[in-house]
Design a binder for this molecule. Structure first.
Ligand SMILES: [Zn+2]
Length: 488
């Protein structure tokens, strides 16, 4: 079927299937049922619905604050890139060519030159930096862009891989290699911090192998998370571009010693893919579990109203106003639905705290707080709190939920990070997706290709070797330690 003839419809999800049976099926059901996304009438594209957009805004906020705190400013570059500019950095164009979508016609006229829809913006940014940079005094340039990009992917899945996706891309230019290298490390640390401290998703940081490197980069670093099915997910990357792009796009400057030099550039990006990681890592059979710092709604009040209980409604509205005034992101659910249905609905959406308020609670002067991160009936999952204290009790409770989700995810990652020394066990674990398989590795592309051919696994990232010895995969001398896994 051709792309244009194929009209996809979001499947109707009656019930979320068990997560352990089929992660992929569970994942898609949660994305649709929680109204994060709908499939668009264009193959491989999704509509980000308000609740999904709310999640994205939380992630944006966490990143943007940190970008600004590290001296970056936001700017915006155009969507279209003329073909002759795209082809100037040869490795870059070769890497992206199979995924580029082209504009060939404007109105009724066929264009003299094709225009690429940006798959990423190094090219257009490079052209502009060449125009802006003249002297060492113009450096560094520290710019971030919030944008959509397009990559013509064959297989797609909400958040993890779509034709068009939202992301941020940082682009910086520096007077020397040391500064560029420090920038790349600094931004990798920002990504690690946002993944772990905000999204509660623990990650491994390290350098990508040469075959997994960004097209045109001299060094690529990544953060890698582990999903419940034993697949790794690359959640952000930070690239040293050396002088490759500044030579291709003429970003030169007069140095302090009056010599003309090429700038050292970097780029770094995180996309809405991070939301896919968060959904898979924390969700359960009841649906999403959103870490409080990422939650568009931190708490929801459900008044349990029976006929004639106007005082419950009044007290619930008062509590809503009090919590809002205290700066909490809180909702009140006054829909004409049974309380049990409302409970299940908010659980499915992963709101961290539910506040139940009924006639009995009111008579006792308390509200019942229910934590989404605890199992039903688990100790501390349900608390009776005096109504007057709810506003002060919620913030520490949210902190505790945030910490608990991170701790659970860390326990899973630790239990599924396996240090292997034997070749057979290493290959079997890669094939069976046992987790992050940690080995001493030679760093040779042929070795990685061989492992991939046998097991579908690749290196996720690498770090310094702690002891000399042979590569576990091929027996040549090891040069780094590497995590191998199958990936999304
Ligand atoms: Zn090897």
């Amino acid at each position: 079927m051709s792309d244009s003839a194929q009209l996809e419809k979001t499947p109707f999800v009656k019930e979320i299937p068990p997560k352990a049976n089929d992660l992929s099926e569970w994942y898609q059901a949660v994305c649709y049922k929680a109204e994060l996304v709908s499939l668009a009438p264009v193959r491989g594209c999704v509509v980000l619905r308000p609740y999904g957009y709310g999640l994205w805004e939380r992630l944006q906020g966490a990143l943007d604050t940190r970008f600004k705190a590290t001296g970056h400013e936001n700017a915006y570059f155009p969507l279209l890139i003329p073909e002759h500019l795209l082809t100037r950095e040869s490795e870059h164009v070769e890497g992206f060519a199979p995924e580029v979508a082209w504009v060939t016609q404007g109105g009724n006229e066929k264009l003299a030159e094709r225009l690429a829809i940006r798959p990423t913006s190094e090219v257009i940014v490079g052209v502009m930096y060449a125009e802006w940079v003249h002297s060492y005094r113009d450096l560094p340039i520290l710019i971030n862009q919030w944008a959509n990009v397009m990559r013509w992917e064959k297989r797609t899945r909400p958040f993890l891989r779509t034709l068009e996706f939202l992301w941020q891309e940082g682009h910086t230019a520096h007077a020397n290699e040391t500064e560029a290298r420090e920038e790349v490390a600094r931004m990798l640390e920002v990504y690690r911090e946002v993944a772990e401290d905000v999204a509660a998703v623990p990650v491994y940081t390290g350098e990508k192998s040469s075959s997994e490197r960004f097209a045109g980069a001299t060094h690529t670093y990544s953060i890698e998370a582990l999903m419940p099915d034993g697949r790794a997910l690359q959640a952000a990357t930070s690239h040293e571009l050396g002088q490759n792009f500044s030579k291709a796009y003429d970003i030169t400057f007069a140095a302090e010693d009056q010599t003309v030099q090429h700038a050292w550039t970097t780029s770094w990006g995180m996309s809405w893919r991070m939301l896919g990681a968060l959904i898979m890592v924390h969700g359960d059979d009841r649906g999403l579990r959103i870490p409080p710092k990422m939650a568009p709604t931190e708490a929801v009040i459900v008044p349990i109203v029976r006929a004639g209980s106007d005082d419950v409604t009044r007290a619930a509205r008062e509590l809503h106003a009090t919590l809002r005034a205290a700066g909490l992101r809180v909702k009140i659910d006054e829909r004409d639905l049974r309380p049990g249905n409302k409970f299940a609905d908010w659980e499915m959406r992963g709101v961290p705290i539910r506040i139940e308020l009924g006639q009995k609670d009111l008579e006792a002067g308390t509200a019942t707080l229910v934590r989404r991160d605890k199992e039903k009936g688990e100790d501390g999952g349900k608390l009776a709190v005096p109504i007057a204290e709810v506003a002060t009790r919620i913030p520490p409770l949210l902190d505790d939920i945030q910490a608990n989700l991170l701790a659970q995810a860390r326990t899973f990652l630790a239990a599924h990070t396996l240090r292997e020394t034997g070749r057979d066990a290493f290959l079997r674990r890669c094939k069976e997706r046992d987790g992050m398989i940690d080995i001493a590795w030679c760093g040779l592309p042929a070795c990685e290709a061989d492992v991939k051919a046998q097991t579908s696994a690749t290196t996720r990232n690498t770090r310094a070797l702690d002891a000399a010895g042979p590569c576990v995969a091929c027996g040549e001398p090891a040069t780094v330690r590497a995590y191998f896994a199958q990936s999304y």
